[in-house]
Design a protein around this ligand. Structure first.
Ligand SMILES: [Zn+2]
Length: 305
């Protein structure tokens, strides 16, 4: 991935809360070890969504955390991220550029495809622990989207320690871009009211898996137009994507496939426990979104299997 060195980055779209810690209410589905069973990008992510969809997290003990954290946002640490040139040198600036590109794309594509307006959603970078509109979350949760506060949460050590380390992915800057685009896919689903359709939560044909595969498809959709998404001055943010970049995204999608994670953690595959879809499914839906580039093509709920 090569960023356009002349592109202006919009720093307001990422908040850096590394090191600020989290002091919100207890997180009902996280906890050390819990994530390992769920796996990678994650079991727990979908659990969060499901809990939210079912209302449990908001109705229960976590309700006092609904608006926690909003006032401690600071963007100071990314003040060095001004242009695409900065993003070509610095991983945090590259993440900001990717977030800018994803949101620039959806600001146009969502109204065009669905007649609904896009609402900007910030990404919060944290370390170890963070309080969110979904309660306190820690590193184990992996990257996730929180529907009530409409923010993406990311502990960037996930890429090295989990995606490359535990899950055996090859990494790369576009592997990271895929993960971010997947989480913004959940934001799109939230804006479209699709998350409310989740009823069944496990198994290869469950609603939970359909939601996750759709987020992969939406990530692929962005990747198709990624080099066209522009900054505020009308300059493309991402200048070039190569086959290698797409391979990095597919490799990451494979690494976070439920069957792959199960094989690595328990040595065997239990499809009844799937929450995100198999490696093959995740790669396939990313490519469907990339090849077809239309929201309609990403209707995983209409797909038979
Ligand atoms: Zn997801």
């Amino acid at each position: 991935m090569r960023l356009n060195s002349k592109a202006r980055l919009n720093r307001s779209q990422i908040a850096n809360r590394r090191g600020s810690g989290g002091s919100g209410p207890g997180f009902p589905v996280g906890g050390r070890g819990g994530m390992k069973a769920g796996g990678g990008i994650g079991g727990v992510i979908v659990l969060i969504i499901i809990v939210l969809v079912n209302g449990g997290l908001l109705d229960g003990a976590g309700s006092d955390g609904t608006d926690s954290g909003g006032d401690q946002v600071s963007t100071d640490d990314l003040s060095h991220c001004r242009t695409g040139e900065d993003a070509n040198k610095d991983p945090d600036c590259a993440r900001l550029a990717v977030v800018n590109s994803i949101q620039s794309f959806w600001s146009e594509a969502l109204p065009a495809e669905s007649n609904r307006p896009y609402r900007l959603a910030d990404t919060v970078i944290f370390s170890d622990e963070v309080s969110t509109g979904c309660g306190a979350a820690n590193f184990d949760v992996g990257p996730f989207y929180c529907p009530p506060d409409e923010q993406v949460y990311l502990d960037t050590t996930f890429f090295k320690d989990v995606l490359k380390g535990q899950l055996g992915g090859h990494g790369g800057d576009f592997a990271e871009a895929y993960v971010l685009a997947h989480e913004y896919g959940h934001h799109i689903q939230n804006l479209l009211g699709i998350m409310e359709q989740v009823r069944t939560q496990q198994g290869p044909e469950s609603d939970a898996v359909r939601i996750e595969l759709q987020a992969d498809c939406l990530a692929g959709m962005w990747s198709r137009y990624a080099t066209e998404a522009e900054d505020a001055n009308g300059r493309a943010i991402i200048e070039e994507l190569t086959e290698r970049d797409i391979k990095e995204a597919l490799d990451a999608a494979r690494a976070v496939g439920d069957d792959r994670i199960q094989k690595r953690t328990s040595g065997w595959v239990d499809s009844d426990a799937w929450t995100h879809g198999s490696a093959e499914q995740r790669m396939r839906w990313f490519m469907i979104g990339r090849d077809q580039g239309r929201l309609m093509a990403c209707d995983t709920f209409a797909a038979g299997q």
